[in-house]
Design a protein around this ligand. Structure first.
Ligand code: ADP
Ligand code: ZN
Length: 761
């Protein structure tokens, strides 16, 4: 008879943990199947319930894992994250282990018993010990996880083995061999099948004969970047200094600060190589995989066959294959986006956070983790260095470096000696005065674009607003055309001939007359990327113009394809939103025009200046990165704003020096810690009520400043009303204590955002 005890199980649902009867000895983190509200779901075991509810408890349905599959250090990190970000263990576990990852209970243990026998005799403690030994690398369980169906993951690459041809190959086989020979012996399976029009069985036949071999590659964005392959660089003095500044083998946070092109990636690669050489593993976080094909190519060259890649574009099988690979210690390097910070990689010797200032490290949905911050916590648990890299660090990290909490490593030169672009400012107020109307393109920008076109080079125009016109207003009554569901005006999209809400997606055909007063005086105000494209077509009819924004790139792969076309010089003028700012290098790009640098400055967010500065410096960095000198023309209505002045001078430190005192004076991060609570309801009062209650309870806590409840920046979204409450504290520990003391009801209408990054919506 197996003894069962009341056990707390956390479910990946917005409800508090529930208590079930489960076998005695189940370890924390083990996944189980339970019934809840008539349905079945998985859950994570929290531990025995010492004071179970006095109702009749249900037994669990099944145990999924014999022991926690995630390494102990990672479980500790998950526990930390779930308490810090106020979410359940199951929610955060779901970020690092797909449900499809399943154990083979028929596994034969070294001592001849099967996992299932231990399960059936209720010996969960023995199972747990086996798991711990497996995590420590003391025993090998190569068939622990089902790999069924996993062969389909990733793309297949075909290679000639160089084995001698048998006397006769069939005609179709010969076609494949010729196709491979023409490609230096390696080609994607899909390409071969397409070009030779043979069936897959022909490849299977060749493989049986040993003439070719097929291997899976998990990520092939890096294809065809021959320019980079097999090139090693000798680090310069500064880079060597940075590398030797990082002490491997113990925890410390570092900030590697150097302009774009100063060789930060080479420093990371060198460090990674040392770590891998010492038998440890590397976790490498990047803000967006789609925009880093060059990095992947460089990594594949340096670490052939030992790289795994995790990003949102993977399908479920690929994600599953990745996790299985990591758990089986098959990869030495894991490169991935936000959730990769929770990847089940063992024995980590180095964590890298590239472009650490990027807001994509912060999740804007539950659980609202920040991968950059968790990377530091994880490094602490793994006792290894964590290196944050940036050309324009976040003010949080910069402040930490200034106060010696992080060690600062600097790169000041550009090894390839690329020229910094010249940046010129156009005061749009003056344009307005001389032209007597608002202009999209200043005369200086138009002249520069003409010159660039004549020289056969490329320009890029950036405007952080999509659509045709920003909003419609009635000149008779002064009212704007707003979304019926949200407190936001509708944006006109000319191509689709619709007025659209960018929040909820509501759209309608533009009315002929004002719905408020019936007058026929509706007018569009403000311009978006679509309008810019439109007027470019009129002004430069012969130019090849490509617009890249959320409207033109919603199809999967469209952005990547557009960027590649631009990289290959098939585009004369690129127009788009900030998605153009990052990642790619365009060899022919010599002019960048920023049409309205102020757009972001007016956002209701204390980080708006910082964001504008990052964006402007990043975009400027796009111009003239290779041989040709670049030019940036920045149009603005506020040329005196510090974010603009320092972006023009490409002076990060100047910007930080002007911005930090302001943050300190107003009590914002990095000088305070913050938590944001938002609540929704059918009307403002309902939304406000739970926040009023929270406010009362927080007032009893030590060291807090409480702001609100008040309207969220956009008080109504999708017909729901939103209110918010903000907590600030000089002391992170005070804030943590308060949040522990006043937990929010998981089933309620309030959510908590710790260290919030986005205050907009
Ligand atoms: P960052 O990551 O700071 O933008 P990278 O590491 O990508 O800079 O370096 C920019 C370019 O300079 C790359 O093409 C890189 O190969 C090259 N590079 C970096 N360091 C050196 C070096 N010491 N010698 C020669 N080329 C270098
Ligand atoms: Zn709306």
């Amino acid at each position: 008879m197996i003894s069962v005890i009341p056990t707390r199980v956390d479910l990946p649902r917005p409800i508090a943990p529930l208590t079930y009867l489960a076998p005695d000895g189940l370890a924390r983190g083990v996944r189980v199947v339970v019934k809840v509200r008539g349905g079945k779901t998985w859950g994570a075991v929290l531990g025995p319930d010492e004071s179970p509810p006095s109702v009749k408890l249900r037994p669990i349905e099944a145990v999924i894992d014999p022991f926690p599959l995630l390494p102990p250090n990672l479980l500790t990190l998950l526990d930390f994250a779930s308490s810090y970000y106020g979410c359940g263990l199951a929610h955060i576990t779901a970020l690092c282990i797909p449900q499809a990852v399943q154990v083979d209970w028929g596994l034969l243990l070294p001592d001849g018993r099967r996992l299932s026998e231990l399960r059936d005799s209720g010996d969960w403690r023995a199972l747990n010990e086996i798991g711990m030994a497996w995590h420590r690398g003391e025993i090998d369980l190569p068939t622990l996880l089902h790999r069924r169906n996993l062969k389909g993951a990733g793309l297949t690459e075909v290679r000639l083995t160089g084995a001698p041809h048998p006397r006769r190959v069939t005609q179709t086989q010969a076609r494949v061999i010729e196709c491979l020979e023409a490609a230096d012996g390696v080609k994607l399976e899909s390409e071969i099948l397409w070009e030779t029009a043979v069936s897959a069985s022909v490849l299977a036949g060749l493989e049986r004969h040993g003439l070719i071999e097929r291997t899976k590659r998990l990520d092939l964005l890096s294809q065809k970047r021959e320019d980079l392959l097999h090139r090693t660089v000798t680090l310069n003095e500064e880079q060597r200094h940075a590398v030797s500044g990082v002490e491997l083998g113990r925890f410390a946070p570092y900030l590697l600060y150097g302009v774009t092109g100063s060789g930060k990636t080479e420093v990371f690669l060198e460090l990674a190589e040392c770590v891998v050489h010492n038998g440890k593993r590397v976790l490498w976080l990047v803000p967006e995989i789609g925009l880093t094909p060059r990095l992947l190519a460089r990594l594949e060259t340096r670490f052939p066959g030992s790289l795994a890649v995790g990003h949102a574009g993977l399908n479920a099988t690929e994600k599953q294959a990745d996790v299985v690979r990591l758990l089986m210690n098959d990869a030495r390097l894991f490169v991935g986006v936000r959730n990769a910070v929770l990847a089940p990689l063992r024995n980590i010797g180095l964590i890298i956070v590239d472009e650490e200032q990027e807001s994509s490290y912060k999740s804007e949905e539950h659980p609202r983790i920040n991968a950059r911050d968790l990377a530091i916590k994880r490094a602490q648990l793994e006792d290894c260095p964590v290196v944050l890299g940036s050309a324009t660090p976040s003010l949080e990290s910069w402040h930490a470096a200034q106060t010696n909490r992080y060690k600062l490593l600097r790169l000041t030169q550009r090894p390839l000696g690329a020229n910094l672009p010249t940046v010129q400012v156009v005061d749009l107020r003056e344009c307005y005065r001389s032209e007597r109307k608002k202009v999209i393109f200043s005369p200086m920008l138009l002249k520069a674009m003409n010159d660039v076109l004549e020289r056969g080079e490329q320009s890029m125009l950036l405007l952080n607003r999509r659509g045709f016109e920003n909003f419609w207003i009635c000149m008779a009554c002064g009212k704007t055309l707003d979304c019926p569901n949200c407190d936001l005006s509708l944006t006109y999209h000319k191509g689709a001939w619709r007025l659209r809400c960018h929040l909820c997606g509501h759209e309608n055909v533009p009315p002929e007359v004002c719905p408020h007063c019936g007058a026929e005086h509706l007018r569009g105000v403000g311009e978006g990327t679509e309008r810019v494209e439109d007027s470019l077509q009129t002004r430069f009819p012969a130019a090849r113009i490509l617009r890249l924004d959320r409207d033109t790139t919603s199809r999967r792969g469209a952005l990547e394809a557009g960027l590649l076309a631009a990289e290959h010089g098939e585009v004369d003028i690129l127009v788009g939103t900030q998605m153009l700012a990052k990642g790619h290098t365009f060899p022919k790009l010599t002019l960048v025009g920023i049409l309205n640098a102020d757009l972001g400055l007016r956002a209701p967010d204390f980080r708006s200046a910082e964001r504008t500065f990052h964006l402007l410096t990043q975009v400027s960095g796009r111009a003239g990165r290779v041989e040709k000198p670049g030019r940036v023309i920045l149009q603005t209505y506020s040329p005196d704003h510090p974010a603009i002045i320092h972006a023009v001078a490409q002076n990060f430190e100047g910007f930080a020096d002007s911005e930090l005192p302001y943050r300190q004076a107003l009590g914002y991060p990095p000088y305070t810690a913050m938590a944001l609570f938002r609540s929704e309801g059918d009307d403002p009062a309902t939304a406000r009520k739970p926040l009023d209650e929270l406010r009362l309870r927080f007032m009893a806590c030590h060291g807090l400043k409480i702001l609100g409840p008040l309207d969220a920046p956009i008080p109504r979204v999708k017909s729901r009303y939103w209110q918010q409450l903000i907590l600030k504290s000089q002391n992170r520990a005070d804030l943590s204590r308060a949040l522990q003391a006043v937990p929010i009801d998981r089933a309620g209408t309030v959510y908590m955002d710790r260290d919030p990054v986005n205050f907009g919506v």
